[in-house]
Design a protein around this ligand. Structure first.
Ligand code: ZN
Length: 283
């Protein structure tokens, strides 16, 4: 069933979903989205299908949005459709008109006052559409784009941003880095995270979860972090499965068989992350 991010953000401190993290998975097409939905159904985990900025540049949200929305509608667990890292209000409006149920406005590169002003404007759009909104304070760099050092989230700025924008969730830079290719390459600054938690009640978000150790992820389950973003681990699973299929079926040229061969491995990767985030049938 289709849902918004707000409805499935774990409360983290009490309730049935305490100690769990909502996993947002970047998907790039039908097969990965289907694999994520199947993983979510297998573990009874509400989940987000996310479109990242590279995909949104490659394929208009008006094309990918209805497909993901339809997949989410047919799922047996609540699934949201999320546009990640949007900088442009035109793209955000297009996404809201095309089946996305949450967006992230990323004004983190701007001065705080401008970030707040723009986020407030986007908040009016998401409210009108009945969608959820994520913002960001501090900058999470991309390991593969040669972007400079992270600008860690300032706890006072995070508190001010949360109060003045009313976003549903706030993305932080506390040691996390996008697109790391191995687990455990960075450490979360839990002291800074605690400082941020002392200044705001808002659900917090960690991007770049593929680069975190399992123990950091498990520790995050006990904080106000309510959502993680996962991209690289699923892209690796997809491509490994595709290479393996091509190696073992060198004569095959059928796109459907090639793409379908990726589904089990992507599903397995998504399930293993969901399990670390405490989604399992036994709980
Ligand atoms: Zn991100």
């Amino acid at each position: 069933m289709i849902t918004t991010m707000r409805e499935i953000l774990p409360t983290t401190l009490n309730g049935d979903d305490a100690g769990r993290l909502l996993c947002g998975f970047n998907v790039f097409g039908y097969e990965e989205a289907l694999a994520v939905v199947q993983a979510a159904e297998a573990l009874g985990a509400p989940t987000l299908l996310m479109v990242n900025r590279a995909l949104a540049a490659h394929m208009s949200p008006s094309i990918i949005g209805p497909m993901l929305h339809s997949l989410a509608q047919q799922a047996h667990v609540p699934i949201g459709v999320h546009l990640d890292h949007a900088y442009d209000i035109t793209i955000i409006q297009q996404a809201l008109d095309s089946g996305f149920t949450s967006v992230m406005y990323d004004g983190s590169q701007l001065p705080l006052s401008e970030n707040i002003r723009n986020t407030q404007r986007v908040s009016e759009l998401t409210k009108a559409a009945g969608a959820s909104l994520e913002g960001e304070v501090g900058t999470v760099p991309y390991s593969d784009l040669g972007e400079g050092h992270p600008q860690f989230t300032d706890p006072d700025q995070a508190g001010k941003f949360a109060r003045e924008t009313g976003v549903d969730a706030l993305a932080l830079s506390v040691g996390n880095i996008h697109r790391l290719e191995q687990k455990g390459q960075v450490d979360i600054d839990f002291d800074r995270l605690q400082e941020i938690e002392n200044r705001t009640e808002i659900p917090l978000v960690i991007h770049g979860a593929s680069g975190l150790s399992d123990s950091d992820l498990m520790q995050l389950c006990q904080t106000h972090v309510a959502k993680i973003n996962v991209g690289t681990q699923l892209r690796q699973a997809y491509t490994l499965a595709l290479k393996e299929y091509l190696r073992t079926h060198p004569q095959d040229f059928d796109p459907l068989r090639l793409r379908s061969a990726t589904i089990p491995r992507v599903q397995m990767a998504a399930e293993s992350i969901l399990k670390i985030c405490n989604w399992n049938e036994l709980k």
